[in-house]
Design a binder for this molecule. Sequence first.
Ligand code: FES
Length: 318
Amino acid sequence: MSVRRLAPDHVQPASFAFDAANENWADQQIAKYPQGRQASAVIPLLWKAQEQHGWVPRAAIEAVARKLGMAPMRVMEVATFYTMFNLQPVGEYFVQLCGTTPCALRGAEALKKVCLDVIGPQSTVSADGKLSWLEVECLGACCNAPMAQINVDYYEDLTPENFTALLEDLRHGRPVKTGSQTGRSGSEPLGGGETLKDPALYDGTVIGAGDWQARVTEQRKAAAEAAAAKAAAEAEAKKAEAAKTDVNKSDMTKADATAAAATKPATETAAPGRPKPSEPGQPTSAANDTPAANGKVDAKSAAESAKPAEAPADKPVK
Ligand code: FES
């Protein structure tokens, strides 16, 4: 793991400023964030400063802080935290060699020795300015370990021999191949894929036996018929349920009507016997108004029923 410190003063530039194109790009990045949240653009701006200068000097950190209205220390914290920001000068080809467990188990230690021999000490630039290197943590290509990132490309399945040749090719400007250096395709096992190799897997001829297309068609047809039958049965059941509900409602209506008819005579049969205001000649005896008049209740009930009719007679007439 590398120590994150600013480069010594003698390599620090006196000043830093974005060029016109990068200044414009930085303004566009800042405009993406709400007012008062311009600090959110700190990482894109530091990255652009590194692209322009090759590494991130103190002057660039201060320039970014001024542009974003941040304290320089806040920008320094970000620049020193993320290893993607180079705080020291780097070579034209900056090698980040993975030293984490999978790569270490697959020979990363031998690759470190290559770096020391071909480039020199870690975090120093080769005399010709072409190469520098740094050991870093896992870069996410463990399946093709050991590996290194050089500028923005990955180089995998490295051995001391092919890594040495790769560094020399870069140094002398010869074309190089990115990715696996042993011809592995993607992340396949060494020696090539072991499964799904039969071409017949891709033309459909090995999916089941016989005429599979006819069988699939038949299965789809049967499934569609079963779905239609199920839908019809459900519709029929709903219809029967609705009919049953209607019958119940009708029965209830009839029962209500019958009950009403049965109770009506009991209350209304005495009505014809009541004296009408327009018929003063009618008997005033309450006995005529009671059910007893119809012979349906006993004498006691008739007497009680007659009481209200007698009460007014006791009241003094004013
Ligand atoms: S351990 Fe080296 S890439 Fe993951």
